[in-house]
Design a binder for this molecule. Sequence first.
Ligand code: SF4
Ligand code: SF4
Length: 331
Amino acid sequence: MVDLVRLSLGTAIEVELEEGTNDPNFSTAFIMTYSENKCSANCAFCPQAQDSNSSPHMLSRIGWPVYKLDDFIHHLRPGLNFRRACIQCLNYPTVVDDVEKILAAVKTKVKLPVSICIHPVSLEEMKRLKKAGAQKIGIAVDACTPELFEKIKGAGRRGPYQWGRHLEAMQQALEVFAPGNVTTHLIVGLGETEEEAADFIIKMYAMGITVGLFAFTPIRGTALEEMSQPALESYRRLQVLRYLVANKLIDSEGVSADERGKLELKSDAAWLRETLSSGEAFRVTGCSGCNRPYYNERPRGPMYNYPRPLSEDEVHKALAEAGFVSRDGRV
Ligand code: SF4
Ligand code: SF4
């Protein structure tokens, strides 16, 4: 069993293991399990993948230095900015043992709700995680169609994952953790159409699974380092769709797509403007309390996911970027 962990840099700064300016938007303590040999999986976008030449200190755009678990726990205390902790898991044989150890240690110091972001593990292992005190579980599908999944995470990468097993594991997770406590991640910009992403989002919410949206971010040393981030307007449309679906304000009947798969909504423009006026649709999504500033965003933008409330101007801008043509005109 390992006594090392990685912490996202923002987490390390918040607990004062590193010097730096605290970001008030950084409300999730991100802890990653440690493995000397990276992850045994090989997801095409991921710096932790077996074939990637990226620094093992990276996940998405974020740096993750290594610390002794004991040092982290020593620095962790109530009263910090955190509203949730998330343990991000690499795939290796003893990872569930390590998560149990980290969970037990975290719970000696703080009463935060904890999410476990993990690949499909057995039903028994899920029960162990729940028993150890995990509140939510995230099983990231990342790619929204079976074909794309095989190419990005499965056989096409000589990776261990199968679309059907991921869906089966999410069903099992619903049994163990209950609807509302199971999350998946969808990375927008891996080659899917908006319609395909929308179908996936609708299907997940119908199952009782929350969707955290991520914008694909190319990382040097990964198989997809040359690919671009998704078009912002496309991302905005999916944010709107996800928000409306999550709040039961629209279903598949209210959505259509043009011949290229670009989304169209059958709602009227005034209703959409009013419904989206809080800006909530454009903020970070996933487990409640999860916030990850600059996970996909360069500090200069574009701001795919806002880690804070939007100003009125930002809401107008985001709506204009979505460029939706609804039943009675542009939103
Ligand atoms: S399972 Fe997670 S950590 Fe491992 S390669 Fe895939 S995305 Fe990266
Ligand atoms: S949505 Fe956030 S807290 Fe939930 S599993 Fe994903 S990264 Fe972790």
